[in-house]
Design a protein around this ligand. Structure first.
Ligand SMILES: [Zn+2]
Length: 491
């Protein structure tokens, strides 16, 4: 069995109450016998009854751990240097045949990315479907004339016919810019912004397709996407997200990697990567917003649950970098491709290095002799080991989600009677062998407590719904966990 429980669990004074079917008396007796009066007192003082803290409960799949170790900083460096070599990947740069042949402009970049996905697919016996999504963007602020935009992506189809329609996705934008967003000819190396994110998407495709070759199975589908048009107005991601919505994709998670190069400035913290997630969903209707306000659900969008999931992955796998959750759509007054997906109602987050150096993005390559500052988004400012660590975190998240059952559907909190207990119900998930109810204080950032429900799709807990926020997640036999679904009230 691939699933390993952390050995520390057995020593903690929690996790000894694996099911909810025990009576309070038995629980007290068990707690006293196994844990002692002090431990019991601590747990009871929390007012939650005995339950383990999630933070102490990492869960590692050895196959996934092995797969993500194949991420290579050297391969990522080659990818980024190759992308920089196209001179400019501005969306309005050249994409005619001659320029493609000469290896210059966004057309050449697009063809190279496509060929790279196809190479990985050949190496895994054709396991990836390589596709393009091409459309013509009409003139706008940053698009002077009708311009063809192409998103390039590879699909690793899920192995379970019942779950292959579930999709998780990683993306980066392969277009770049210099100081002038309307300049498509001067160098726009875009090594960090966003050669790094493009390299993460490609590297995830490379290592996870390799894992498949080594007989690792992902029941759900993984999509590795690279988009263009980001710097002109999120055009590529907008088109792609709309397509996903129109085609009814069951897109459960989008990881947008933008500026994950770990710029080598002395103030950088290469031990963390920021994960931005929206609070109030961009796609929420007026009545949904009203309900969120009524129930205190401002920090429980599906995007935020995805961010918490990444935090959990960060505890379970040694990626080399830890997720730092930022409860905000994006950096202050700035945007990115995840927002295009949020607008269509999908869970989507943005990963970005801890500290950006604004001399090294959206700048013409130059040196200011007066102060010695070097401007430009060049490979020499990128920390390739850091990008590889971010790629590992992404790959572990994608693999965990694609291995797990679907999140439980129709999760309800029964509110027919006024009572201090809480009863939750949900529909069974395909591939699930058990469920977990998770909860946290309303003022806690991440899930704190968990109760396993080993059979059935209903649980009653001695915890007041007024004081905490609940979620329910599904587990397969090997212990892969789904995203949690937050309940709606049912009268
Ligand atoms: Zn960017």
């Amino acid at each position: 069995m691939a699933y390993q429980k952390n050995s520390k669990i057995a020593k903690s004074c929690s996790s000894r109450y694996p099911t909810i079917n025990l009576t309070a008396t038995v629980l007290v007796a068990l707690a006293l016998a196994l844990c002692g009066p002090l431990c019991l007192a601590q747990e009871m003082a929390q007012g939650h009854g005995p339950a383990p803290r999630l933070a102490e409960d990492p869960h590692t799949d050895s196959h996934i751990a092995e797969a993500i170790r194949q991420d290579s900083a050297d391969h990522i460096r080659q990818t980024i240097e190759q992308l920089v070599g196209f001179n400019s990947r501005s969306t309005i740069s050249a994409q005619d045949d001659e320029s493609i042949k000469a290896g210059k402009g966004i057309g050449a970049a697009r063809e190279w990315i496509k060929a790279e996905f196809e190479r990985y697919s050949k190496d895994c016996g054709g396991c990836l479907e390589v596709k393009t999504d091409t459309f013509t963007e009409q003139p706008g602020d940053r698009i002077p004339k009708p311009t063809e935009i192409t998103n390039v992506y590879a699909v690793l189809r899920g192995t379970d016919p019942q779950q292959a329609n579930r999709i998780v996705l990683v993306t980066g934008h392969y277009d770049s810019r210099n100081s002038d967003p309307l300049n498509g000819t001067e160098p726009a190396p875009g090594a960090n912004d966003d050669g790094s994110g493009t390299a993460v998407s490609l590297e995830c495709a490379r290592v996870l397709s390799k894992a498949v070759l080594n007989k690792v199975k992902f029941p759900a589908t993984i999509v590795f996407l690279t988009v263009a048009g980001e710097e002109q107005g999120l055009n590529g991601s907008k088109h792609f997200a709309q397509m996903a919505k129109q085609q009814g994709w069951k897109l459960e998670a989008v990881l947008n990697n933008d500026i994950v190069g770990g710029d080598r400035s002395p103030q950088q913290d290469a031990s963390v990567v920021r994960v931005f997630s929206e609070g109030l969903p961009a796609a929420a209707t007026e009545s949904e917003i009203r309900r969120i306000r009524m129930l205190g659900g401002e920090s429980d969008s599906t995007s935020r649950e995805l961010a918490r999931y990444i935090a959990d992955v960060g505890r379970s796998y040694d990626a080399g970098v830890k997720p730092l959750l930022v409860f905000r759509l994006d950096r202050f007054l700035r945007g990115g491709d995840h927002y295009s997906f949020n607008q269509q109602g999908f869970a989507a987050v943005r990963l970005t290095e801890f500290r950006e150096d604004f001399n090294h993005q959206h700048q013409n390559v130059r040196k200011d002799d007066a102060n010695g500052i070097e401007y430009g988004d060049l490979p020499k400012f990128v920390n390739f080991d850091y990008v590889a660590h971010v790629a590992r975190l992404n790959a572990a998240t994608l693999a965990s989600l694609a291995s797990a059952p679907a999140p439980p559907a129709s999760v309800k909190i029964l509110t027919k009677n006024l009572e201090n207990d809480t009863t939750l119900t949900w529909e069974p998930s395909t591939g699930a062998s058990a469920y977990e109810v998770v909860w946290r204080s309303t003022n806690a950032a991440d899930w704190e407590y968990v109760q396993v429900v080993s059979s059935g799709t209903r649980a009653t807990l001695k915890v007041s719904k007024d004081n905490v926020i609940f979620g329910v997640r599904a587990l397969d036999q090997a212990g892969h966990r789904s995203l949690p679904a937050v309940p709606e009230p049912e009268r």
